[in-house]
Design a protein around this ligand. Sequence first.
Ligand code: MN9
Length: 309
Amino acid sequence: MPNFDLKDFKGVIPALITPFDENERFDETRMRICVDFLIGRGVGGLYTTGSTGETFLMSPDERARVVEVVVDQVAGRVPVVAHVGAIGTRLSVDLAQQAQAAGVDAISSVPPFYWPFTPDQVFNYYTDLTRSTDLPMVVYNIPLAGLLGFDQIKRLASIPGVKGIKYTAPTHFEILRIKEEVGKEFRVYSGSDEMAMSGLSFGADGIIGSFYNMIPEVFIALMSAVENGDMGLAKTLQETANAIIFFSLNYTPTAVIKKCMTWQGADAGYCRKPFDNFVTEVEEESLKTAWRKLKQDRNINGVAFLDVL
Ligand code: MN9
């Protein structure tokens, strides 16, 4: 049975990384450490096995195992939503049912991708997948899987059980429109970390993304600033975050995020190939040096991982 209602899934929500060891095996011990670290930092929930979790580099069995370990370690402290998307309905349904058995609070999925499926096929995918469990479904709108148009979003929202959307598209005015035309109860999660302020000020219920693994404190402060109507402060925090994000995007972002978590005491391990990693001490040192320079050039204070370098 789920512990939480989807309306409790809010705030700053990491799209959880999946730690692998030096030999690319899923590292359960490191996963547990990272879960505790993030809950300790005050995140509002965890979104597992999505793009940031390197889901499409894992077998279905591995994905199911990651979800089991996360739910077990969380032990009801915060809501957990499992991304179960795959190209084929049958695969996604299997993953959704395993996630439900593991005890997640909701499931989520990108639309089927790679082949240009018709809007009806995408609609049927979400209908079948949502029917396969009793859990709420959060549709995941992301350019990587082909963006859903507004009419299609409205149509998907009419499927019983579809209760929200993770909206990683730059057209944030649609967040307002979704709330207006689908309903205020329909949960919207803003997915572009670079635009968290805009998503939140347009009424998103939370933010789900990669960098909330690495600098949750910046976004927790940003979210309270928006809630308090302090847009000046929110903008300053978004600027700091964006300097960090754009710097990271020069590398494999997930590899940077994992190193920055490790420096803060939560060993997040390595990425799977073909992503690359900072393996040698020389590589790690040069990354640290570049971060120190950014911190100085931009005069950044109060960011936990920069403060421990
Ligand atoms: O929404 C993430 N998007 C992708 C999830 O993985 C494509 C974001 O968190 C980005 O990683 C982030 C940096 O571009 O906004």
